[in-house]
Design a binder for this molecule. Structure first.
Ligand code: HEC
Length: 155
């Protein structure tokens, strides 16, 4: 009692598959569009990029709280240990941050480097940094961290 596959049904399958694939592609595109809204794509930066967010974040920034956060979040495991071959060490960062990604200021650069590390890689390093701090940190917390990073002068 095996049922013969109906030719009509068999012909319908590729069409159905096509519709499912199209729907999936549309979903992915919408998802990408939604996520790229809040972060500028590489190459679209100017002196105003992040300026408002950074000013708000730095309003009551406290480098001591920032230091605690860097240890709580374990940024130190990559950035304050070892020889700097896997991750750039924070030492001297305050002096070079403003030259890393012109026209971003030191503060704007540190904001981007912490929240959206995938947008710009420090030369010679891979994208090994976690890229979910934008979901885990509040604006003021990022401000504290930036204030702490700016204490790493060369002296
Ligand atoms: C698993 C290792 C790892 C952890 C954890 C990590 N980073 Fe990074 N980070 C990197 C790597 C690798 C780079 C270089 C590639 C790049 O530019 O993203 C980097 C780059 C940076 C830079 C740019 C440094 C420069 O010299 O220009 C900043 C700032 C930074 N990270 C901040 C942070 C902060 C703040 C945290 C914690 C909230 C953190 N990172 C956690 C690996 C890490």
């Amino acid at each position: 009692m095996t049922e013969k596959p109906s030719p009509a049904r068999a012909a319908g399958k590729p069409v159905l598959l096509g519709i499912v694939l199209l729907a999936a592609a549309a979903f992915v595109l919408v998802f990408i569009a939604m996520n790229s809204n809040s972060t500028p794509g590489a190459g679209e930066i100017n002196a105003e990029t992040y300026a408002e967010e950074v000013a708000a974040a730095l309003k009551d920034a406290d480098s001591e709280i920032g230091g605690d956060l860097v240890y709580e979040l374990e940024c130190n495991l990559c950035h304050l240990r070892g020889d700097g071959s896997q991750s750039p060490l924070f030492y001297g960062l305050a002096d070079i941050a403003s030259q890393r990604r012109p026209p971003l200021s030191a503060e704007q650069y540190l904001y981007e480097a912490t929240l959206y590390p995938g947008l710009h890689l420090v030369e010679g390093y891979s994208d090994a940094m976690p890229n979910d701090y934008d979901e885990r940190l509040t604006g003021p917390q990022v401000g504290h961290i930036i204030a702490y990073l700016l204490t790493f002068t060369d002296e």
